[in-house]
Structures are given as C-alpha cells and as structure tokens.
Design a protein. Sequence first.
Length: 271
Amino acid sequence: MDRQKIFFGPNLKFLRERRKLSQESLAESLGLSRSKLNALENGQTKAPQPEDYLTFSDFFKISVDSLLKVDLTRLGELQLRELEAGNDIYMKGSQIRVLAITVDSENRENVEYVPVRAKAGYRDGYADPEFIASLPRLTLPDLPAGHSFRMFPISGDSMLPVPDGSTVVGQYTEDWTSLKADTPCVLILRGEGDFVFKLVTLLDDRRLLLRSLNPLYEPYTVESGDVLEVWQFHSFQSREIPASETTMEQLLKMVLLLQREVTQMKIERSH
C-alpha cells in the first residue's frame, strides 16, 4: 500500500510563523524544549508521541487529521480561518484536491472512461493531466451543465440490481460534506484498494460508512484520508440491458420490490 505523505512538521512551522511566534516562545507556551520543537518541525522526530499531536491540535485549534494530512500552506487565509473555527475542510475535496480534466475542440469538458486495465494507473495519475488525457473520452447527452463526469466499470454483485460488469457514470463531488446519507457513489481509494461503488454516509469522525444494496454484504468504514475521489452516481449502462440508463429513483424502486419479495418469502416459510 502507498504511504501517505505526512505534513505535520511543515504545518507546525507554518502555523507558528503565521502567528509570528518564535520557536522559543511557542515551546515555552507548550512546556516543550526548543530543541524538541525544532526536531518536530524539521521531521527529525520520526515517531512523535500522540500527546504531541493533541498538544498542537489544541493550541492551534485544528484537528489532528488536518495537521497530519493537509498541506496547510496551500490554503488561503479564509480557508485557514474556517479550519480554525472548527469547519474541517479535509472533507471538502474542492479545497485540497485538484481535478484534472480534458476538453474537446469546442472547449466542452469530456467524459473520461476509466477501463479496468487503467484502474491501478488511475490511482497514481488521477491528478495528472497527461494521464487523464490518455484515457478514452466520450460525449454523453443530457448531462447537467457545469459538472464533471467520469465513467467507471464495476464488478461483483454487491450493488444488485446494478449488475456485474456495468459502467457507472459519476458526477465529481467536490465537497464530501454535501453528501446525504446513503448517497450512491464511486470511491477511488488510496493504495491497493479497488474502486468501490457503494451507498456512502459521512460519519461525525470523518470516516465514511460504505453500504451495499445487496443485504448479503456487511457495511464497513474507510478513513477519509484513504479516499482520493468521490463520484456521485448519475446513471449506469449495462450489457444485460443494452444501451439503457436508469435514474436512482427507478433503482430504489427495484430494490424495494426485491425487499418485498424477500419479506413475502420469509412469511410464507414461517407458515
């Protein structure tokens, strides 16, 4: 699994200098030695203690997640103030993630297709314009204007009645906090994890709960830091239903019908 870059040291230095504090004055305020603070800022302490994370999180009023995972130097002053006010932007992809796109000859954004063979490469090159430009590009009718869309093949039966081998069209979600509970999404996960198509609910501790439509599969959670991109379900295409697309409302009706059938079978078996 790929190692995630940690920004703890550079963030400490950035936040200290932003408040116009010397190493001596900050160390004295926190009850630390200047040499320890200097080592933390410069990454010379390879394994900071949990208390260190909590100490700086409390002092700067920024979550441990953001201290570790977000390059604070890339944020604007307004974003930093939002962060210090407790509005954790780590879940807002628009503020810390850059989406690479391609456009056609008339400057209209393309819909890129990520084939199975390109999945591993996509996890490494999702923000690389050259890699994105190498993907197959399509134009789909009737997509809402002003949004980015991408197509992902899915496998397995965890999201039945969406069949195995379908292609899901997803709309790029910049702000993950805007997702309603059980929003169907394609998630691009860090490391060796596959793309997943699940019902997504954002939890209070910045984890994401992933649930399948197929009740045979147990729900599970992933850390926000392990999620690279979120693409909200728009439609799907399937070999089993040629050239068809379905809205989520139609899909949910199908699920309810299946649930009623299962309930009826249980009732019949009990008599």
